[in-house]
Design a protein around this ligand. Structure first.
Ligand code: PLP
Length: 464
């Protein structure tokens, strides 16, 4: 989304309150984290941007927080603070940091080989489990959800002999270039932050607003669309829920025009052991899973329906021999397979999700009450184990509305206030995830510090 500060929704907090508190919190962070500061300075000598990934600087801390250990629902930083972690590696650690069952499976596999470019028993078991659980019979693997999305797109374009992709405005599906197209004043525009892109993505990507069936129908109408790639709930521009009946009708439209529906459940797997689609009776043609699928070990999977799978196989058989552009050497390695097997069978359980959903409900209710107490025009949305507060009075229904409700300065100051008091939430928006190890006390702590953050923000003046 390309928004400018001038068109942000009113948040109920003035810019001078934000600026004044941000200065205080940055100073406090600096004082509290001398070891992180010196480690960050050392790292800056040989790490581009001072961090292993350039966007780690977008957390909004004066310098990068350095992790010492992560276990269960907690992180310890280099200066010895223990943080209640509601970021959870933004979903990679949705089943807790270093879950013992995964650690044990990795330790056992570690003496039997890591990577061989060969199949193993674990692969068959994982695919069987995925098929039973997600209702799609045929599966392949990747290292990241980004790659899984990229590969699915390639397979479906080959199978359908169609080029065009439809996405929803404000979406994110990893660094898959094809989806970096936004609606700006109703016109498709390539996201201007995308680096080094040499193709005009608007030639093959159409973008429509979420919950807009008419726009979706118009985009499908030329009959040249290979697939619609979507999250069942938008989660990356804040949260945007589908309106009642949206997906059933969207699915029918997509089928009518001979296109495929690809559901990216990388985040919405927070809905339960079988994801959002199964819980809501949706039947996508392809499904993507990533991030927490290996309990934090890098791996991803994608599945095809009984109708699509043979078309995918035919596309490969009909192509000349040689590189398909799909797959990487380390994908589906033995460690990843062992991690997925144990995560699927021992961590992605009904019992764990029951605990997570109950705590997320407590968190959502508590946040709503706190926001109401402070008379702020903000809303809270929960999708399973994920909860998000947004700086708008009513939940947004599309990416444009959700984008306008974002306010990076306000986000930064709240996040930093929480971090300085032992609570970590996801950067870039206001998402909080709970894992099986998260406790009532962790949630109470978050709510208490959040309440203090709002009180302080509302009563902070330039002279304080
Ligand atoms: C919905 C969705 N799909 C895919 C991805 C890509 O995951 P990864 O960065 O692990 O490749 C993300 C990342 O945030 C995501 O939110």
């Amino acid at each position: 989304m390309q928004t400018t500060p001038s068109n942000h929704t009113a948040t109920g907090i003035s810019q001078h309150q934000i600026t004044a508190l941000l200065a205080r919190e940055r100073h406090l962070y600096d004082e509290r984290n001398p070891k992180s500061r010196s480690q960050a300075a050392r790292a800056a000598q040989h790490l581009l941007f001072g961090v292993p990934l350039h966007w780690m600087n977008d957390w909004g801390t004066p310098f990068a927080l350095q992790v010492a250990t992560a276990q269960g629902a907690h992180l310890t930083d280099l200066d010895g603070h223990t943080l209640a972690d509601f970021c959870l590696g933004d979903t990679g650690a949705m089943f807790g940091h270093s879950p013992p069952a995964v650690a044990q499976a990795l330790a056992e596999q570690a003496s039997r080989g890591y990577t061989t470019m060969l199949a193993s028993e674990d692969a068959a078991v994982v695919a069987e489990t995925l098929a039973q659980r997600f209702g799609l019979p045929m599966w392949q693997f990747a290292m990241t959800a980004t790659d899984a999305n990229r590969f699915v797109l390639r397979w479906i374009r080959a199978a359908t002999q169609r080029k065009v992709l439809i996405v929803f405005n404000g979406c994110y599906h990893g660094t898959v270039e094809d989806v970096f197209v936004d609606l700006l004043d109703g016109q498709p525009v390539q996201r201007n932050s995308l680096l080094g892109q040499v193709h005009d993505l608007t030639q093959t990507t159409r973008v429509v607003e979420f919950n807009d069936l008419k726009a979706l129908e118009a985009a499908l109408a030329p009959g040249d669309v290979a697939c619609v790639l979507a999250e069942p709930v938008m989660t990356n521009i804040g949260m945007v829920l589908p309106q009642a009946g949206f997906w059933k009708q969207a699915q029918a439209l997509i089928r009518r025009f001979g296109a495929m529906l690809v559901m990216d459940e990388t985040h919405t797997i927070s809905s339960g052991p079988s994801g959002y689609c199964q819980a809501h009776g949706l039947t996508p043609d392809a499904l993507v899973l990533g991030k927490p699928l290996g309990g934090g070990v890098p791996c991803a999977a994608y599945g095809f329906s009984a109708e699509l799978a043979p078309r995918v196989v035919a596309a490969k058989h009909n192509a000349p021999p040689g590189h398909s552009g799909i797959g990487t050497t380390l994908s589906a390695n033995l460690l990843a397979m062992a991690a997925m097997r144990v995560t699927l069978t021992q961590l992605m359980t009904e019992a764990n999700f029951l605990h997570m959903h109950a705590l997320a409900a407590t968190l959502s209710t508590g946040l709503r009450a706190c926001i109401k107490r402070h008379h702020l025009p903000w809303c809270v949305t929960q999708v399973g184990a994920r909860t998000e507060f947004q700086f708008c009075a009513t939940a947004p229904i599309n990416g444009t509305q959700a984008g306008l409700a974002m306010n990076p300065d306000l986000e930064h100051v709240i996040h930093l206030y929480l971090l300085n008091r032992g609570v970590l939430i996801t950067p870039f928006h206001n998402m909080m995830l709970v894992c099986p190890d998260t406790t009532e006390e962790d949630v109470s702590r978050l709510l208490q510090v959040f309440d203090a953050a709002l009180s302080t923000l509302l009563h902070t003046g330039p002279d304080e």
